[in-house]
Design a binder for this molecule. Structure first.
Ligand SMILES: *[C@@H]1O[C@H](CO)[C@@H](O)[C@H](O)[C@H]1NC(C)=O
Ligand SMILES: *[C@@H]1O[C@H](CO)[C@@H](O)[C@H](O)[C@H]1NC(C)=O
Length: 379
């Protein structure tokens, strides 16, 4: 934030009074973009069955037909904004170059590249109504965003009860129908309504997640991995005996990021990522949002393809826990059982509501056998 700190005083105080955003949430092939200056966590549904990647909602539904044109307009607006930022030669980055510390090489083991990407300059005009809500809700310009419609009212209730309980007040429900707007208002839950869509959030909050972020990358995400190797990456050796001396080829593998829960900082690279994902989801009707998210984030530039250049970080898989880690490993291990995660995302299991309630019983109400009745996977 040193970069921002050096920005023109008047401009900055104006801007810091007005919390604005690009809040971008992806839902069933849909991107919602707003402007936001510091960062946010997005949790959104796993819209397909994990194992086979079968879409639950048909891309030809009226839902999609209504959303796509609006989505396209949002992308156009976003591109326009991006161009403006670029034409402004990325104010923050330039200032950093001018005012920031000049770097030299150094002794082995001492040289570090920039750890944090400059943030983009926010713009309240993108969505003044949302900007006002964000100003009221965000803490340190950060917030949690979740999307919900009436089908997931009960899950939403578990969600906001858990998040309220851990003292996280900077959260916002994006309501997808009027019923949810009313429901949130009657429960004192900050709510914003935009276009119709679909969504369910299966994340239980056990601690304030903002206390467990590094904030050094464009994207920090939960992993679908279940141990050190799968979560953080490993050397996967491919064996081709016919090659004799050179039979072993080394590959690098990492389990995908779970795009149902990630934190993103408002950097140009983050915007580009979400823009790319939204664009592909709009064009490729059977694509899986999570797969696209990972491909855009991880595939490097190649001949004929300009890959995204964006720093990313894998969240601690015990702190930001997926339901496979919980049900396959943690609940059976006396030491791991004592650790309290920040969140548990029930992404690996279809009986989400029951498992979410059990997670709360286990971690909040201390019912030590609350998780026992469930099978490791789905039957
Ligand atoms: C979706 O609708 C379009 C136009 O009505 C049609 O051409 C296409 O085959 C449909 N796709 C699916 C998967 O049903
Ligand atoms: C996983 O990595 C952590 C941190 O490096 C280490 O403390 C732990 O022992 C590792 N666990 C296993 C099973 O290797």
């Amino acid at each position: 934030m040193a970069v921002v700190g050096r920005r023109d005083k008047a401009q900055q105080s104006l801007r810091s009074r007005i919390a604005i955003a690009i809040v971008t949430g992806l839902v069933i092939g849909c991107l919602i973009a707003f402007y936001f200056p510091h960062g946010l966590i997005i949790s959104y549904p796993s819209v397909r069955t994990r194992r086979f990647g079968i879409p639950i909602s048909s891309p030809n539904s009226s839902l999609y037909r209504r959303i796509i044109p609006k989505l396209k307009k949002q992308i156009r607006d976003l591109k326009y904004k991006l161009r403006l930022v670029e034409q402004g030669k990325d104010h923050a980055e330039k200032q950093f170059l001018v005012l920031g510390e000049q770097h030299k090489g150094g002794p082995f083991g001492t040289v570090k590249a920039l750890r944090t990407n400059p943030t983009v300059i926010p713009d309240t005009l993108v969505n003044p109504r949302l900007a006002k809500i964000l100003e009221e809700v965000a803490v340190e310009k950060e917030l949690v965003v979740a999307l919900a419609n009436s089908n997931v009212k009960e899950t939403l209730e578990v969600w906001f009860s858990s998040i309220k309980r851990v003292g996280t007040n900077n959260y916002l429900v994006i309501a997808l129908d009027d019923h949810i707007v009313e429901f949130c208002k009657s429960n004192d839950v900050p709510v914003y309504k935009r276009d119709p869509d679909d969504g369910i959030d299966a994340v239980v909050y056990l601690q304030n997640p903002f206390n467990h972020l590094y904030r050094d990358s464009n994207v920090e995400s939960m992993t679908d991995g279940h141990d050190n190797m799968t979560a953080y990456g490993y050397n996967d050796v491919f064996d081709e005996p016919a090659m004799g001396w050179a039979r072993f080829a080394h590959t690098m593998r990492i389990w995908v990021f779970n795009s149902g829960f990630f934190y993103t900082r408002p950097t140009i690279a983050s915007i580009e990522l979400l823009d790319r994902v939204a664009d592909r989801l709009a064009r490729q009707e059977n694509s899986w949002d999570q797969a696209v998210f990972n491909e855009e984030l991880f595939f490097p530039p190649l001949p004929g393809y300009d890959g995204l250049l964006a720093a990313k970080r894998t969240m601690d898989f015990y702190m930001f826990m997926n339901s496979k880690v919980l049900f396959k490993t943690v609940r059976k291990d006396d030491k791991l059982k004592k650790l309290k995660p920040a969140i548990v995302h029930v992404n690996y299991h279809p009986d989400k509501l029951q498992r979410m309630k059990a997670v709360l019983e286990f971690y909040i109400n201390g019912k030590r056998d609350a998780l026992d009745a469930f099978p490791d996977g789905s039957e």
